[in-house]
Design a protein around this ligand. Structure first.
Ligand code: NZQ
Ligand code: ZN
Length: 388
């Protein structure tokens, strides 16, 4: 591998059935005032809320709550939460939920002691926090984002229609994350497959960049193959623990900075998808699924060797007697078949976008430069049009 990099991941993971039993010992490391952060109520229905609050009580914590963190958390909701955490003099933030809740907790953690305009500082100018950071721990209930072991936080500004992710420095990573695959078994099929595609695309975003022989790409291929295998099992039997646990573990490794080592990384599918998300509030993984094939078909000629390798090593395409282009295209055809098998949403019309939004979607799309092709505005519009 030719790139230089620094690797550090300070998040401690507790993985497996009953891993919540480690929460009590973790909580001992932090002060008395805990803010419990969760979403729209799934944790109350499936009993996780009761389990977590029992441990908080046993640990003698003074608990305030931020509830109702929505999928694609908004700036308005973030500002509300910051006030609650300030009023409670929060020593620790405990996020119980999916990527939205974990991302939101990280955004609160860097904002509680921050003076000034949080949106401008963190999500427009991408400054690193210089204030004290309130530590975060996560109990994960939805698999996909990797938020449990990374420093990313994605917030939507509904006024400016911008959905922006900031990957903060290592100090913002959760101190620990509890990953009990049984907690994910109550997810609806739609969320499960959206999460699976999110994982797959995280790996693609890092894989489709660079020309060097890089260990990260071999690891990425292994993760993708494991995910394809387990996703097919889970798609048929959502309660298959072995498949769901593999998916959970793959999600963490797909976006905890490991497979980005030595890579320039692309992230353009996410930029296109996040623009769709900002306008439609659609489920994150589905926004990615809806724009992926038009995007990959568009950039294929610029990264033909990697798309060929993807076809052979991930999708098992036999290259014998075929041109590089034929092999590469067949890889994307296999990928499309898998996506349809999972019932992913394959166009942005079904997510609420239409032709009249194309220019606005392009306005909301940040252009990345680490992939095989830096897109022009015309190309972005063309890809959105092909995604309708
Ligand atoms: O709100 P509740 O009632 O909890 O319901 C949630 C929500 O409606 C539900 N859910 C979660 N766990 C459940 C459950 N339902 C039943 N049983 C359970 N065990 O699932 C719905 C979706 O949850 P959400 O947290 O929104 O999903 P996800 O984990 O996909 O997170 C999406 C957010 O993460 C951001 C996305 O942009 C989006 O805002 N991302 C964060 C990243 C990061 N930190 O690195 C990277 C990603 O690319 C992504 O952008
Ligand atoms: Zn994602």
């Amino acid at each position: 591998m030719l790139g230089n990099f620094t690797y550090c991941n300070p998040t401690r993971l507790y993985f497996g059935k009953d891993s919540l039993e480690n929460l009590e010992d973790e909580l001992k490391k932090y002060g008395k005032n805990v803010v419990l952060i969760y979403g729209g109520g799934s944790i109350k229905k499936n009993g996780i809320y009761d389990q977590v609050t029992a441990i908080l009580r046993k640990s003698g914590k003074a608990v305030a709550e931020i509830s109702g963190v929505m999928p694609n958390p908004t700036l308005k909701k973030l500002l509300e939460g910051v006030e609650i955490a300030r009023a409670h003099k929060a020593d620790f933030l405990l996020a119980v939920g999916g990527g939205s809740v974990c991302d939101y907790a990280k955004a609160v953690s860097v904002s509680v002691h921050c003076k000034g305009d949080i949106w401008d500082k963190y999500f427009v100018k991408f400054f690193e926090p210089v204030c004290e950071i309130v530590p975060v721990g996560c109990v994960l209930t939805m698999v996909g984002t990797g938020s449990e072991m990374n420093a990313g936080s994605v917030i939507t500004n509904t006024d400016t229609k911008m959905k922006v992710g900031h990957v903060f420095n290592d100090s913002v990573m959760p101190k620990f994350a509890v990953l009990d695959p049984t907690y994910t078994l109550t997810l609806p099929h739609y969320q499960m497959v959206a999460g699976i595609y999110d994982i797959f695309n995280h790996i693609c975003e890092q894989y489709f960049s660079g020309e060097d022989d890089n260990t990260s790409d071999y690891i990425a291929e292994g993760l993708m193959r494991s995910l394809l295998h387990s996703s097919r099992i889970a798609n048929k039997d959502m309660l298959d623990y072995e498949a769901r646990s593999n998916i959970m573990w793959t999600a963490t490794w797909a976006l905890n900075t490991l497979v980005a080592c030595g890579k320039s990384t692309d992230w353009m599918v996410h930029m296109l998808g996040q623009a769709v998300g900002a306008y439609t509030n659609a489920t994150h993984g589905m926004t990615l699924a809806a724009v992926s094939l038009p995007y990959y078909r568009h950039i294929l000629p610029y990264g033909i060797h990697k798309f060929k390798r993807f076809a052979v090593n991930v999708w098992g395409v036999d290259p014998a007697g075929k041109s590089d282009e034929e092999v590469a295209k067949q890889g994307l055809e296999e990928m499309e078949k898998w996506m349809r098998e999972l019932s992913l949403v394959m166009n942005i019309t079904l997510l609420g976008a239409d032709e009249s939004m194309i220019e606005k979607l392009a306005d909301s799309t940040l252009v990345m430069t680490g992939g095989y092709k830096v897109l022009s505005r015309e190309e972005i519009c063309e890809i959105f049009r092909e995604s309708l």
